[in-house]
Design a protein around this ligand. Structure first.
Ligand SMILES: *Cc1c(COP(=O)(O)O)cnc(C)c1O
Ligand code: SF4
Length: 327
């Protein structure tokens, strides 16, 4: 399978920043290696399609759903795990109506997570949030976004449109991979969301050549906590086609997570997670869920199923395996 050719898109803010920062440049500059196909690549590495009852809605966990209103982003991260779709058409208005009906009909859904694409680039955001606020069973809404990094001035304009009074709490999960991304402009955007009463957490993707060492990540997580943003997840990179050159062996990620545990305040520690390929869900990448096997790793999903995971980025396909007899 040949990886999709993701169009180049870099905001003026990032273009200027990339000139001063190699780790930023490496995330946004197209690379010939994106055309390389490897046997364990996936178009849909985390198996969104397996849990999608309606277009743009992913319902993998009982109490929360993912909504992907737009697939547009203000810049294109070359390692994007939805790079098979980013930049394509998002949900139609009718599809959003259907998704909100689906949520309203199921009071067991307590959280709606807006993802994409970047939900903060969708002109329908304000009305969407108001409609979600009107569904009583929803305790909080979470927005996964990178706009404060991609285009901080635009993020500040979007923050200004958020209502001052809401019923459901608003959580913003900001995708940041390197301390260089926390420019004064991006910090101002973070403050704009905080001023609106949003709670901020961060998510970081572990990326070869960008942040795959403990010192780089410690600097990032300290800077985030200093800005009032709680580090939430450190994602093991997903096996999206065209991203092989960013992949880090799981053993290296685990060693980095351990080094961080030894040196960093608890409040600055994210959880290192692996999204088990095939839609089996996110699990801690520690021994609690992921254990060494003869030729790589065995990941245990929360439903008790076991899945082989390769030792190194280059090795074999991910396959279903029989659960261990004991334990
Ligand atoms: C990652 C993800 C979530 C959110 O999981 P958390 O562990 O709550 O952050 C929800 N739904 C889907 C489909 C996901 O991939
Ligand atoms: S912001 Fe997220 S969805 Fe958009 S290109 Fe970057 S990683 Fe992909």
């Amino acid at each position: 399978m040949t990886p999709r050719d993701l169009p180049e898109l870099i905001s003026p803010h990032l273009r200027a920043l990339a000139e001063r920062s190699e780790p930023v440049a490496r995330q946004f500059a197209p690379d010939a290696r994106e055309a390389v196909a490897t046997p364990d690549d996936r178009d849909d590495p985390i198996g969104d399609a397996a849990h999608s009852p309606l277009p743009g809605l992913v319902h993998r966990y009982p109490d929360r759903v993912l909504l992907l209103p737009t697939l547009g982003c203000a810049s294109h991260c070359r390692f994007c795990f939805r790079r098979d779709r980013v930049g394509a058409k998002g949900m139609s208005d009718a599809e959003i109506d259907d998704a909100l009906d689906y949520v309203a009909d199921r009071p067991e859904i307590r959280e709606v997570i807006l993802s994409g694409g970047d939900p903060l680039t969708d002109p329908r955001l304000e009305t969407l949030l108001a409609r979600l606020d009107a569904i009583d069973a929803i305790d909080w809404v979470r927005i996964h976004t990178r706009l404060a990094v991609h285009d901080p001035k635009r993020a500040i304009r979007v923050a200004a449109t958020l209502p001052d009074v809401r019923r459901a709490a608003l959580w913003v999960a900001l995708h940041v991979n390197h301390a260089d991304e926390l420019t004064p402009e991006t910090r101002a955007a973070i403050r704009a969301f905080q001023a609106k009463g949003a709670f901020l957490v961060s998510q970081t993707v572990l990326l070869k050549g960008v942040n795959d060492d403990a010192d780089t990540l410690a600097a990032l997580f300290r800077a985030l906590v200093g800005a009032g943003v709680k580090p939430y997840y450190l994602h093991h990179p997903d096996r999206a086609a065209g991203t092989e050159h960013y992949r880090v062996p799981l053993a290296k990620g685990r060693a980095i997570a351990e080094a961080l545990r030894a040196t960093l305040s608890g409040i600055a520690q994210p959880t290192y997670v692996l999204d088990i390929p095939g839609g089996h869900g996110k699990v801690w990448a520690t021994d609690a869920f992921v254990t060494p096997s003869a030729n790589g790793w065995i990941a245990r999903a929360t439903d008790g199923s076991h899945h082989a995971y390769p030792a190194d980025p280059e090795t074999a396909m991910v396959t279903e395996v029989a659960p261990a007899e004991t334990k």
